[in-house]
Design a binder for this molecule. Structure first.
Ligand code: SF4
Length: 175
């Protein structure tokens, strides 16, 4: 924006416009870093007309270079770790990450596997957590709405990773 040689006033207006557009139509990219596909199916259901995440302006993108939000599922496998990092680095700032499912939050049932190196926030920073195995579309929409509401107020949401006990209780309650 500095290349445009705009006055401070116009720079301020452009920043406000970009923030307004981001909040009203966040473009998202989805990455499976090792999930069993259960969470991915729920994300697809979230985007279909039945749950219709597009009514919130959420649009799925094919390229990280055009995305504001990275939706991650699964634990991080050795094979996917560098790809996850590269996708995150290719996204323009400001960028936000949503970890969907117990495996993305803690490694879940894949903890300790020989090919699993950890969970999402051990590789990239996470802004919102959606627990569940798998989380329902309503829970995924709730996570996105919380993220957007916090962004509207100016800050990313407080990021507190659910504890193992909270995850176990959550999974037991949703089975
Ligand atoms: S949280 Fe459950 S559904 Fe999602 S990737 Fe892990 S095992 Fe599969």
């Amino acid at each position: 924006m500095t290349n445009l040689n705009l006055s401070d006033e116009w720079n301020g207006i452009l920043l406000k416009l970009k923030k307004w557009a981001r909040i009203n139509s966040p473009w998202a990219i989805h990455y499976n870093s090792g999930s069993c596909n259960g969470c991915d199916i729920e994300i697809l259901a979230t985007l279909t007309p039945r749950y219709d995440a597009e009514r919130l302006g959420v649009k799925l993108q094919g390229s990280p270079r055009h995305a504001d939000v990275l939706i991650c599922t699964g634990p991080v496998t050795l094979q996917s770790r560098d790809r996850l990092r590269r996708i995150y680095e290719q996204m323009p700032d400001p960028k936000f990450v949503v970890a969907v499912g117990s495996c993305a939050i803690s490694g879940g049932v894949f903890q300790g596997c020989y090919n699993v190196v950890g969970h999402i926030d051990e590789v990239i920073p996470v802004d919102a957590y959606v627990p569940g195995c798998p989380p329902r579309p309503e829970a995924i929409i709730d996570g996105l709405v919380k993220l957007l509401t916090a962004l509207k107020q100016g800050d990313p949401p407080p990021t507190e990773r659910p504890t193992e006990l909270e995850l176990e209780n959550y999974d037991a309650a949703t089975i």
